[in-house]
Design a protein around this ligand. Structure first.
Ligand SMILES: Nc1nc2c(c(=O)[nH]1)N[C@H]1C(S)=C(S)[C@@H](COP(=O)(O)O)O[C@H]1N2
Ligand SMILES: [Mo]
Length: 163
């Protein structure tokens, strides 16, 4: 009984410690994405966590490849829901420190994905990986403009959400 009570106390204390974190999962593989929420909280994600979310396949013509290409990954709106984050703007920061900001309405109005795969394969840095913001340019022709192209950040390493 004493052992049981001790374990129960330990369990309650542990859930207290972990319950304080917004994030329920922890990365087990290399961290490929850091998401900073509007309250400056940081969530670290690996590929398995991103691919554990529902995956959307987007087939698109883009300015960056010849012909139609298939990309897949979670909807950015689903990723934000998973992390319990909402905000007014999202900034995507690339490995080369290129950054672009999109209004929150973009991820509500369009199925924008954070692609983890290109034609079924994980993306190397050379192929604009590991993460690439992909808009559905084929399904929504109004997206084919310089503003949206500039928001199509590749080699994404971080997302910052403004309140
Ligand atoms: N990582 C990264 N993503 C990026 C850029 C960049 O320099 N680095 N340029 C952006 C801009 S401003 C546009 S218009 C397009 C540029 O594509 P292009 O260089 O093939 O014209 O990609 C966007 N994504
Ligand atoms: Mo651009």
């Amino acid at each position: 009984m004493r052992t049981f009570l001790t374990s129960l106390c330990a369990l309650i204390m542990l859930s207290g410690v972990f319950g304080a974190q917004a994030q329920t999962d922890a990365p087990t593989g290399p961290v490929i994405l850091t998401v900073t929420g509007p309250d400056s909280s940081e969530a670290l994600l690996d590929l398995d966590m991103l691919e554990g979310l529902a995956q959307t396949v987007t087939i698109v013509e883009t300015p960056w490849y010849d012909g139609s290409q298939e990309f897949s990954g979670p909807l950015i709106s689903d990723l934000m829901a998973y992390l319990d984050i909402t905000g007014s703007e999202l900034s995507f920061i690339a490995q080369n420190d290129y950054a672009a900001t999109m209004p929150w309405s973009d991820i509500e109005s369009y199925p924008v994905i954070l692609a983890t795969r290109h034609n079924g394969e994980p993306m190397s840095l050379r192929d604009k990986g590991p993460l690439f913001v992909i808009y559905p340019f084929d399904a929504y022709p109004e997206l084919r403009n310089e503003v949206t192209y500039s928001r199509s950040v590749w080699q994404v390493k971080a997302i910052r959400v403004s309140p």
